[in-house]
Design a binder for this molecule. Structure first.
Ligand SMILES: [Zn+2]
Ligand SMILES: [Zn+2]
Length: 390
């Protein structure tokens, strides 16, 4: 028999109940914030546009985004709660006493298990299984943990002399009255425990709040989902904007970098190489994939240059000629055979790659001092976007 695992609906209710509770708190903070905002910036014709744009974003940040997240996480959260309760049930049903229990009162054996419960145990992180047993000889109860140790009854100490007090309880309906008497100094007092379930206070707005905050209403849900996407776009935009501002020296250098076309490589390289004795410069057919590679070749006319020198000098010349462009000599280097040399160059086109090239360049100008944003730096987002009904 299951003790913990309940119907799916029970967990839905429990989850939604928490959502409504949390959303009400968030909403309260937001409404306080909105009131304060309006003290500074009254909602008149002049401010209305700006107020609505800012407040919508604050609403999403403080309330709306969380509603969408919790809506998205609902199924998984319910599955997790159910799995936890199922595990508790499995733990309970597999629990066995490994030692023969003795009656706490008459020390006889042959006790009958009347109940098993998962309970917090002093000094243990996880709950432990407590067995309730009934003695057929003296008709009294004994409580034992799964490992056989006796349940530690918590004693009440006399507030006057610290002796352990005697307890006598009487029960009327669901009210338990306990009388504590000190055997040492005769101090005595009474205590009452009312097990009547307190009536839940009326919550007439609950169903309506649930419809809104749990995004059960399709229109409200769609509005929130769209607003969250816009909000996240805005955050991304602001981050990128800031990164570009912080690294302005890098982006400026990227703009200044020359980006010759393939046809422009020959006039760029040929004259430099010819001057150093490398003739018949020509390009191969470009290899065009994700990146563009172009092979090149030439002939060395200097007869006293050996293989190594010839490759080294050509490498240096090509690197130098391409330094302020987005082309680079491939690391597989230059090959030499009987004065015939060939190698490959590669073009960098993606923004991230260009950025890396610039950053590796030793000539990069130092970072400028932070520039104060100009008054013209306005957000380009549509201020009407993300209007949420409040
Ligand atoms: Zn007994
Ligand atoms: Zn006492």
């Amino acid at each position: 028999m299951y003790q913990h695992l309940k119907e799916h609906q029970y967990y839905e209710e429990r989850y939604d109940h928490t959502i409504v509770y949390l959303a009400r708190l968030d909403m309260k903070s937001f409404l306080n914030f909105r009131d304060k905002w309006h003290e500074q910036s009254p909602d008149n014709e002049e401010n209305q546009f700006r107020n609505s744009w800012h407040l919508n974003n604050f609403y999403m940040m403080m309330v709306g985004n969380k509603l969408v997240d919790r809506y998205n996480e609902r199924d998984q959260a319910i599955r997790t709660m159910m799995a936890e309760d199922e595990a508790r049930d499995a733990r309970l049903s597999s629990a066995r006493l490994t030692v023969e229990p003795h009656c706490e009162h008459c020390s006889k054996t042959g006790l009958r298990i009347t109940d098993k419960t998962l309970m917090h145990r002093e000094g243990h992180d996880d709950d432990d299984v407590l067995f309730m047993l009934r003695c057929s000889h003296c008709e009294k109860n004994t409580a034992i943990w799964e490992d056989g140790s006796l349940w530690e009854r918590r004693h009440t100490k006399c507030p006057k002399c610290q002796s352990i007090m005697k307890e006598t309880s009487s029960r009327r309906g669901k009210v338990i009255a306990t009388t504590y008497t000190c055997p040492n100094c005769s101090h005595t007092y009474k205590d009452k425990l009312d097990l009547n379930r307190k009536e839940e206070p009326e919550d007439p707005e609950y169903e309506e709040d649930r419809r809104i905050y749990c995004l059960q209403d399709e229109t409200i849900r769609k509005e929130h989902q769209d607003a969250k996407v816009r909000f996240e776009g805005l955050i991304r935009f602001a981050k990128e904007h800031k990164e570009k501002e912080d690294n302005k020296h890098i982006y400026d250098a990227m703009k200044e970098m020359k980006k010759p076309k393939i046809a422009e490589l020959t006039p760029l390289l040929q004259p430099v190489l010819e001057k150093a004795g490398y003739i018949e410069f020509s390009l191969d057919k470009p290899e065009i994939g994700k990146d563009v590679f172009v092979g090149f070749n030439c002939l060395d006319t200097e007869s006293d240059r050996n293989d190594y020198e010839s490759r080294r000098i050509l490498e240096k010349l090509v690197k130098k000629a391409l330094a302020d462009t987005n082309w680079r000599l491939m690391t597989d280097g230059i090959h030499y055979r009987l004065g015939y040399l060939n190698g490959r160059v590669r073009a960098y086109e993606r923004e991230e790659d260009l950025k890396q090239l610039v950053m590796k360049d030793k000539k990069l100008k130092p970072k400028r001092q932070a520039v104060k944003p100009s008054k013209n730096d306005r957000m380009t987002e549509d201020p009407n976007g993300g209007k949420i009904i409040l």
